[in-house]
Design a protein around this ligand. Sequence first.
Ligand SMILES: Nc1ncnc2c1ncn2[C@@H]1O[C@H](COP(=O)(O)OP(=O)(O)OP(=O)(O)O)[C@@H](O)[C@H]1O
Ligand SMILES: [Mg+2]
Length: 164
Amino acid sequence: MNTNLTTTTLRACSEADTDHIAAAFSQHIPGNTTVALTGTLGAGKTRFVQGVAVALGARAEHVTSPTFVICNQYPVKKHIYHLDAYRITDEDEFFELGVDEMFLSDGYVFIEWAEKFKQMLPRELLSLTINVVSQHGRDFHFRGTSRYQESIVRLRSTCQDLLA
Ligand SMILES: Nc1ncnc2c1ncn2[C@@H]1O[C@H](COP(=O)(O)OP(=O)(O)OP(=O)(O)O)[C@@H](O)[C@H]1O
Ligand SMILES: [Mg+2]
């Protein structure tokens, strides 16, 4: 087990707070990052990716859930791949999406339900677990491998008012 993980938890009380965290994320988290998104149905995984994409230049109405199409892409300032592994049943199917090439790209690869394919994710990884705390309240728990140590510290200081 990798014990060298940097973590921080930020609490959003509204979708505007979520957008604030997402904008800070887009500012501080470097490209070539894969984000494993975990959280129950409706926790806000897709909504967070929407916030990041909008911060990087996308229009909110263009950012939709990839549940049925499996993979969406947004050619914004940092290219975004947005995958949903909910309906994917085996590792071959996951691999055939072309994930290995995505992992090498300069942009972000967001994967909802990534915990299903833990073994296939890059070694340097950012995990984001979203917990529902109230109707509009969400806890965003970030955990990064060593590469993300400094960027998580910067994320935390930009979002100091939202520290849980
Ligand atoms: N602070 C908040 N942050 C994010 N979403 C919020 C917040 N408050 C309310 N919501 C609502 O929660 C819902 C989150 O839905 P979303 O599709 O992002 O969930 P998801 O985790 O991607 O679910 P699924 O596993 O079904 O794909 C949206 O309806 C959004 O409007
Ligand atoms: Mg979703």
